[in-house]
Design a protein around this ligand. Structure first.
Ligand SMILES: [Zn+2]
Length: 444
């Protein structure tokens, strides 16, 4: 019931994962027995690694802080978040285990790190002798590959730590939620904010689970393979780390633009992407509300992006984090000062620009497909900046009633619905009666 602290994690980890981690330790120790000169460097790397306890503490603290800030500034019902987190921390302290650990595989178990440090130090004492003996017993053949065993990974092969991405995304979400409550871009609301937010976060939870189950086990190992075998465009030319990361982010952003166009142009993909678009209002929670099946369908495309572009784990994790922040920002209901908006939209997608993409008028939705940099819409001639936030009716024309967008309706929609999307329930096609007066437009 109350295990000793170091035993808690191993006891609650599946035998398969324990075996895998033990094999990794043995592998690494084997490698260092043959390369004792690298032991010191590896020990330094292990000392810098975050164990699972610290990762959990960082994530829990970030969540509790976010909930407290949202509770204080947006809606006090958000205080349920720090309440849940602190209850969970208490349970974790008492029992030594907690449910989210399977979702943090990148964090190391404390005893695992200790095992590896101990084993490596022992190898440090004996390694030179063993390695010498091995070399004398078996004359070295020129050009023969290094004996089996895993070398320590280079920087590009390592994802940025999960707590860093988590803290950045949660911090951005909290900051944006606070800012949009103070400076709304579209003050007129069709639905109560809390009901919508809870619904959107539920849909987001299903999507997150789908990504954990389907995308992560495919895309992350693929990205490690890309790095090891030098697959893909970027791996064909020698590039410095920063240049490779910058190009990977740029090319991932462009190919995501192409995928976004496809989700609107292909009838089959639109059935799923529509669930994101029928939200009657739009704010940061809309950014996370994608149908779980759309996430599942995008896995082969994401895998192709990673393999063809040649995206190593580090650039991939940086792109994923930036993309999250970007979509939270441009879906938000945040009115930026016009001067900031005008400058920013030269480079990145802004809330006003993406609002036009969420219009109930088909011609307006068929614009502004970029998800990060605006250059892709400029290059393809699909950029529109001629409408203000309050000019836009958010949603899809056929779904104007809150009863059309309840949670069960959203889940079943891609499989059942066949309405003509761009006609209002009255059968009319929505039109803009007269374009807004030029005097009202901020200079683009
Ligand atoms: Zn879209």
């Amino acid at each position: 019931m109350f295990p000793y602290t170091p035993e808690g994690v191993r006891r609650h980890t599946s035998p398969e994962v324990n075996r895998q981690l033990d094999a990794e330790v043995a592998d690494s120790v084997g490698f260092h027995a043959r390369h004792p000169e690298r032991i010191e460097r590896r020990l330094r790397a292990l000392d810098a690694e975050w164990d699972i306890e610290r990762t959990l503490e960082a994530n829990a603290a970030a969540l509790a802080l976010t909930g407290t800030l949202l509770g204080l500034f947006v809606d006090k019902r958000f205080l349920v978040l720090p309440l849940a987190v602190t209850a969970f921390l208490l349970q974790h302290a008492v029992q030594g285990w907690c449910p989210p650990v399977p979702f943090l595989p990148q964090a190391r178990r404390p005893h695992d790190a200790r095992d590896r440090r101990g084993a490596l130090r022992a190898e440090g004492a004996q390694g030179r002798f063993r390695a010498d003996r091995a070399w004398t017993a078996q004359p070295r053949q020129p050009g023969k590959p290094c004996p089996p065993g895993r070398a320590p990974m280079n920087r590009r092969a390592r994802r940025i730590p999960g707590w860093v991405s988590g803290a950045v995304v949660l911090g951005a979400f909290a900051a944006i939620a606070i800012a949009e409550a103070r400076r709304p871009l579209r003050p007129e609301r069709k639905e109560p904010k809390l009901r919508r937010s809870l619904r959107n976060l539920t849909v987001a939870g299903l999507s997150a689970a789908t990504l954990q189950l389907l995308e992560r086990p495919v895309v992350e190992p693929l990205s490690r393979l890309v790095e090891r075998r030098r697959w893909g465009l970027l791996k064909q030319v020698p590039l410095s780390g920063w240049l490779e990361t910058a190009l990977a982010i740029l090319l991932m952003d462009y190919t995501l633009y192409l995928w976004h166009v496809a989700t609107h142009r292909s009838e089959a993909l639109w059935r799923f992407h529509k669930v994101h678009h029928i939200d009657l209002d739009m704010d940061a929670s809309t950014a996370l509300r994608f149908h779980f099946a759309e996430m599942a369908i995008s896995v082969p495309y994401r895998a192709a992006q990673v393999a063809l572009i040649g995206v190593a784990p580090r650039p991939l994790s940086i792109w994923q984090t930036l993309l999250f922040v970007s979509i939270l920002f441009h879906h938000s209901d945040l009115r930026l000062p016009p001067a900031v908006e005008r400058r920013l939209v030269n480079f990145v997608v802004t809330p006003r620009m993406h609002g036009i993409h969420h219009s109930i008028i088909e011609a307006e939705t068929n614009s502004n497909w970029s998800s990060g940099f605006t250059i892709w819409d400029r290059l393809h001639g699909t950029l529109r900046l001629d409408l203000l936030g309050e000019d836009i009716e958010i949603g899809v024309a056929a779904y104007r009633d809150p009863a059309d967008v309840t949670l069960p309706r959203l889940v079943e929609m891609p499989f059942t619905d066949t309405r003509p999307d761009w006609l209002l329930p009255s059968g009319e096609r929505p039109r803009r009666p007269s374009l807004p007066q030029p005097g009202r437009l901020p200079r683009a």
